[in-house]
Design a binder for this molecule. Structure first.
Ligand SMILES: NC(=O)c1ccc[n+]([C@@H]2O[C@H](COP(=O)([O-])OP(=O)(O)OC[C@H]3O[C@@H](n4cnc5c(N)ncnc54)[C@H](O)[C@@H]3O)[C@@H](O)[C@H]2O)c1
Length: 406
């Protein structure tokens, strides 16, 4: 059990370290950072939040007020927080396109790091983070939580036990209309919807406004690759035009759809959009094996489904399913932690990996194996679907630990 291991790890650390807590600081007090800082502060018992950093002052103040502990130090400059705060670890929950530099700065300063999805927008950054982790030997975990959802856990078990046979085809999509997150006042931190923009308003584009949507695929690749125990080796992608049809003033395609091929011979079809209306809102996954099919619900009121060759006729419709957390087996700290109780798990497992000196469940290699195919898909889309190879980031015969790729 994942949470059983977490609790055991925490107990071991308490014994060996005289109840010492992992001291952690966070950068980025935006939507995600403020929620996660509060989660670590209130739900993750064996860590202590000691510092917050945000360069928009009202947001920094909101973060400090939400946590409500006057001992927590606040910073507007990240390098100062890294140098001056007494930190064992850092959570990077800032603008997604510049997170990798902050991750590397913390690692080279001797701090363990967790970072939000998507790790970065470039392959160069993926290598920088891999090398920083290898050279420092510190913990790194991507803060991806959908892999902890009950259906994903159930399917991972079914696939590992061969219940679905050889997995041939996998689909994933993430459609989430983000109107209201594309324009922000850089002084107050207030966000504006597309329809609220007017002459004289002090706004700048946020990091989301211009992001190729397919770059946000780690939320699909993390659960799907964890089920397949596999990595993507080739990628091709198509896109609508680089300017939204749905939201005026948003410079990103409405749809990008990628075809990916894995090392273990599975084909994947994946799509992202962050501007289209909310018909099918959220994440959707579909797994097709030689002995069965499982899929999640596309719309909120749809059912999840399963068809199994061993127990059903070919003419049978897939049966409606409801994969849920077992309430007796769900830590109380996870309940209400966000995203269907899943936000707790990456946070708890990151702290556990530090406490117990173990490799985090989503280590740096699994992290870049979800980021790099997404980045290459966005490049492929710019090159009319050109098929691109995904580098192998793991050390081996061709590359030693800590060495640059040739
Ligand atoms: N896992 C999830 O479900 C989930 C959900 C939402 C967002 N995210 C991820 O979380 C991260 C943050 O997203 P968000 O929605 O909170 O964005 P946001 O724009 O609301 O917040 C980012 C904040 O970081 C601050 N910042 C950036 N660089 C900084 C620096 N060097 N020093 C100090 N402050 C800095 C910005 O001022 C901004 O307030 C992104 O990587 C995003 O993709 C993940």
């Amino acid at each position: 059990m994942i949470w059983g291991r977490i609790n055991n790890g925490i107990k071991k650390f308490e014994k060996e370290n005289n109840m010492k807590k992992v001291k952690i600081g966070f950068v980025g007090m935006g939507h995600r950072g403020i929620h996660l800082a509060d989660l670590y502060h209130t739900h993750i018992k064996d860590c202590q939040v000691v510092a917050l950093c945000e360069w928009i002052k009202p947001l920094l103040e909101d973060g400090a007020t939400r946590l409500g502990d006057p001992a927590i130090k606040t910073y507007t400059d990240y390098s100062t927080m890294i140098k001056e705060a007494d930190l064992d670890a850092v959570g990077v929950f800032s603008d997604a396109d510049t997170q990798a530099d902050l991750v590397c700065e913390a690692l080279y300063a001797g701090k363990h790091v967790t970072c939000e999805v998507p790790l970065t927008f470039t392959i160069e950054d993926c290598w920088k983070v891999v090398l920083a982790v290898e050279k420092t030997g510190l913990k790194f975990q991507l803060s991806e939580q959908t892999r902890y959802w009950p259906q994903i856990r159930a399917w991972r078990k079914m696939v590992s036990e061969g219940k679905l046979g050889k997995i041939l085809f996998v689909e994933g999509q993430y459609f989430h209309n983000c109107d209201g997150l594309y324009w922000q006042n850089p002084v107050t931190g207030v966000f504006y919807k597309n329809s609220e923009l007017k002459e004289g308003l002090n706004v700048r584009k946020t990091w989301r406004n211009g992001m190729p949507p397919i770059i946000y695929l780690p939320h699909e690749l993390s659960p799907l690759l964890s089920i397949l125990d596999d990595r993507v080796v080739r990628v091709s992608c198509m896109s609508t035009r680089p300017k939204s049809y749905c939201l005026e003033n948003v410079d990103m395609p409405d749809f990008e759809a990628a075809i990916m091929y894995t090392e273990k011979d599975t084909v994947m079809r994946l799509a992202c959009s962050f501007t289209v209306p909310r018909y099918y809102h959220g994440h959707w996954y579909h797994i097709w094996g030689t002995k069965g099919v499982v899929e999640s619900n596309r719309a909120a009121k749809d059912k999840m489904r399963m068809w199994l060759a061993d127990s059903m006729k070919e003419s049978d419709n897939p049966q409606d399913m409801e994969w849920k957390f077992d309430p007796d087996d769900l830590p109380k700290e996870a309940i209400g932690s966000g995203h269907g109780n899943a936000d707790y798990f990456p946070a708890a497992s990151f702290i556990e990996s530090i406490i117990n000196d173990t490799t985090p469940p989503m280590d740096v290699y699994e992290s870049v194996e979800t980021a790099a195919p997404a980045i290459l898909a966005s490049i492929s889309a710019e090159q009319n679907g050109k098929c691109l190879e995904v580098p192998d980031f793991r050390p081996g015969a061709k590359r030693k630990v800590g060495c640059e790729p040739k």
